[in-house]
Design a protein around this ligand. Structure first.
Ligand SMILES: N[C@@H](CCC(=O)N[C@@H](CS)C(=O)NCC(=O)O)C(=O)O
Length: 213
């Protein structure tokens, strides 16, 4: 069977999560560079979002679905624990990252920095400033939780960490969020722990166009 393909751009948080899943699982994969809403992506995801995945006759959209396939179709360490409580905790945190932290950290804050939509491409200070109070609350929550255990969903690495790491990578690089990271020692310790893994090091994203992050 041909190698599993992860289709998307290496700067994308969600593409990075899928690549981390492959590496953690020990699955050889090929990164096929593609931007959202291009024909190779649209052929798999009607919403045009990256990543998409192909493996032989299997074509999938949605990062969690892709990672579930990788976790279940191959031998290797489980990305989601196999016991009911461990599995549910990992799912809970993945959902919280995707429906909570991602909306504020990425869709409000990082998008206003990198893709403001302003005519000159300048950061949108109004949207950045509007995101900061909620970001502070979220960092306080994360710091409390990561003070209780070594990884987001328990005492060992799970897919939940692979969803949070790419977001935190960019949060460490932008000025306001970097201050919040610095003020969150348990987040820093967690980041250093997860970022030291080969899966994180091998997927370090190239710089974002124009902003040096
Ligand atoms: N729910 C999707 C979200 C993927 C996503 O939003 N990817 C971004 C790049 S990080 C994208 O394709 N954005 C383009 C768009 O939303 O139109 C998933 O989990 O895969």
């Amino acid at each position: 069977m041909p190698a599993l393909q992860i289709i998307g751009a290496p700067q994308s948080n969600f593409v990075r999560t899928a690549r981390i899943a492959c590496i953690e699982k020990g699955v050889a994969y090929e990164l096929v560079p593609a931007r959202p809403h291009t024909p190779e992506v649209d052929a798999i995801n009607p919403f045009g979002k990256i990543p998409a995945m192909r493996h032989g006759g299997v074509a999938l959209a949605e990062t969690k679905a892709i990672c579930t396939y990788i976790d279940l179709a191959f031998d290797g360490p489980p990305l989601i624990p196999r016991d009911p409580v461990g599995a549910a905790k990992a799912e809970q945190w993945i959902s919280m990252v995707n429906t909570g932290f991602d909306l504020v950290f990425a869709r409000q804050y990082l998008l206003a920095w990198f893709f403001s939509g302003l005519p000159d491409g300048a950061p949108d200070r109004t949207r950045i400033d509007a995101a900061l109070p909620r970001m502070k609350e979220m960092f306080a929550l994360l710091d409390r939780e990561l003070g209780k255990r070594a990884y987001l969903a328990g005492d060992s690495f799970t897919l939940a960490d692979a969803f949070l790491l790419p977001l935190m990578h960019y949060m460490r690089r932008m000025p306001e969020s970097a201050e919040m990271v610095k003020a969150s020692p348990n987040v820093v310790a967690w980041f250093d722990r997860v970022a030291a893994r080969p899966s994180a090091q091998q997927t370090e994203p190239p710089p974002m166009p124009g902003r040096g992050a």
